[in-house]
Design a protein around this ligand. Structure first.
Ligand code: TRH
Length: 390
């Protein structure tokens, strides 16, 4: 039975960096374009979003992009009609007046708390649990929605045609053309890497190892927080997009921050990707190539068990020795130890690590993606209850 589209409000507060809006924007687009839903995305800082969405006009309080109504989340909230489903992304705290309107609504409403991605085991137990906070009203239901890496979680963001587009791109030599457009001309057998990580003061020893590799290495570094450490190694004070450097075997390209789709193409074109946070971390997994995750560092070291939990799942796709090499490199990088020796171990297990990365991607691709799961969950909660679709 075909059901009428639900109306969704997604609220996104940008705490830091690009991950919060990267995740919400991707989700909003998928709900509209792949599931025919009506979506408004409320964002408190459009200037950060503009880095990912070039057509976005920062000064506009309402604009429609790719079918999504993008709205500035104003400091002083003015009354707005509430929608069927509300996503409160990453505990961003809904406007109080909006919340009361939700609770007072005569029609069933669903309030979902979209949580940060984690591979920790407790996520499976908490995903989809009702939140007691709002259960006092009969028409408003609140639930925790956890993305994750197993069938018992809310899944990961993956566009319907993502993997087929990736395969076509590679089959049609899109990677060669793409790297050429960045000014690179790698020969077959050269190593191609991308680097989008947080600061790492020990990166110099790894860059030196790359410069001494047996074959040419092409390293693509989008503008971001690691550039200062790369500049230090080059003996420069700062780097800007468009610059290229050549040190022994290493060709280094500083790239402008680009659109999420172009960034996917970079990940698909490289043999090894260093990624960070939440969204680039997921995109690198869909590239099905060896990778390293620089996890978002938290003051209380809460990121350490998250890193360990992911590694123990991920490593199930790898042979024992390849898993050991991956773990050592990831842990060294994330602990601020010298990553050069464990990088040599990665190189020593290269084909086994490539096979493991492909296997992991296939394992994930067999699961339902997060937008499918959200729509199914929302329809289940709201479908049989009378709704105001006016
Ligand atoms: O920017 P991040 O460090 O975001 C982080 C995480 O989301 C973290 O969980 C959160 O707590 C913290 O912010 C506040 O890393 P992330 O998640 O990888 O987001 C980067 C986004 O930028 C991702 O959507 C990919 C996108 N991107 C581009 O669109 N173009 C580019 O050129 C690059 C390098 C990235």
């Amino acid at each position: 039975m075909k059901t009428a589209p639900l109306r969704w409000d997604i609220f996104c507060r940008i705490v830091d960096n690009f991950g919060d809006i990267g995740v919400c924007w991707r989700l909003a687009r998928q709900l509209v374009n792949e599931h025919g839903q009506e979506v408004q995305l409320w964002v408190d800082d459009l200037s950060v979003m503009a880095a990912l969405v070039p057509g976005l006009a920062e000064e506009k309080s309402l604009q429609c992009i790719d079918g999504v109504r993008v709205r500035r989340w104003p400091k002083h909230w003015r009354d707005q009609p509430v929608t069927d489903v509300v996503i409160e992304a990453f505990a961003c705290t809904l406007p109080a007046a909006y919340l009361s309107a939700l609770a007072d609504s005569a029609h069933p409403r669903l309030w979902l708390n979209l949580e940060y991605l984690s591979a920790e085991a407790w996520v499976e137990d908490c995903h989809g649990l009702p939140s007691p906070v709002a259960q006092s009203t009969t028409q408003l239901k609140k639930y925790f929605f956890f993305p994750g890496f197993t069938e018992k979680t809310g899944g990961l963001s993956r566009e319907q045609n993502l993997l087929s587009s990736r395969d076509q791109f590679r089959k049609n030599a899109g990677n060669t053309r793409f790297l050429k457009s960045l000014g690179a001309n790698p020969e077959p057998g050269d190593l191609k890497l991308s680097l989008f990580s947080y600061e790492n003061p020990h990166i110099g020893s790894w860059l030196t190892a790359l410069s001494q590799h047996s074959r040419p290495v092409h390293l693509f570094v989008p503008e971001g927080r690691v550039l200062g450490d790369v500049a230090d190694w080059l003996g420069l004070t700062r780097l800007v997009a468009g610059q290229q450097f050549h040190r022994e075997q290493l060709h280094l390209y500083v790239l402008p921050f680009t659109t999420p789709d172009e960034y996917d193409r970079l990940l698909w074109s490289c043999d090894f990707n260093i990624v960070r946070g939440e969204d680039s971390f997921v995109r690198a997994q869909w590239a099905a190539a060896p990778m390293l995750w620089h996890i978002y560092p938290q003051d209380d070291d809460a990121h350490r068990p998250k890193l360990d939990a992911f590694l123990s799942l991920y490593n199930q796709s790898f042979s024992t020795s390849a898993a050991g090499a991956v773990t050592a490199f990831w842990q060294d990088w994330n602990r601020g130890a010298n990553p050069a020796p464990s990088w040599q171990e990665v190189l020593a297990h290269w084909s086994a690590i490539q096979a493991g990365a492909r296997h992991w991607c296939e394992y994930l691709a067999a699961q339902k993606n997060i937008s499918q799961q959200l729509v199914t969950f929302a329809e289940k909660q709201l479908l049989f209850a009378p709704r105001n679709l006016s």
